[in-house]
Design a protein around this ligand. Sequence first.
Ligand SMILES: [Ca+2]
Ligand SMILES: [Ca+2]
Ligand SMILES: [Ca+2]
Length: 170
Amino acid sequence: MGYIVGQITATDRDPGVNGIVSYYLTGGNDNSTFSIDSTLGVITIAKPLDYEQQRRYDLIMLARDSAPIPQQTQQNFTVMVTDANDNPPVFYRDTYTTFISEGAVIGSTVIEQINASDADRGSNAVVQYYISGGNGSSTFLIDQFTGVFTSCIEAELQRCDCLHADSAGC
Ligand SMILES: [Ca+2]
Ligand SMILES: [Ca+2]
Ligand SMILES: [Ca+2]
């Protein structure tokens, strides 16, 4: 807030008070998000911007002289809001619980898929998945991109320290 978005200037050829210009924001200023210095024409942010709420503002500016019967001119000023990475990924479910037989085949899917969404845009919204704890002996793997859980698959045995003592290579 207080960040300068831009400045508008207008000239008026009349001398004296008839040529002193003041600036006003007369339209498109949704939720009073912007303010303008009426003397300098400097436009600043008055309320926090939120790309996820509003991406564009079509402001209408007015330059008016100070004559008793003033003259004025209107100008459009478009503000495009760009995305910042201000949202974390959110899982679709609070918890995931699954039951797996101790005789399950290595490489079988444990949970169909875990999924999270991210309200940002572009690379700010690309979600990758990791197991960050509770996976002692690297019993499980997660596909970083799809979120699919599996028990250790045979091709990964060299980097999986499998719990199954009877599994080849472990
Ligand atoms: Ca936001
Ligand atoms: Ca994000
Ligand atoms: Ca954002």
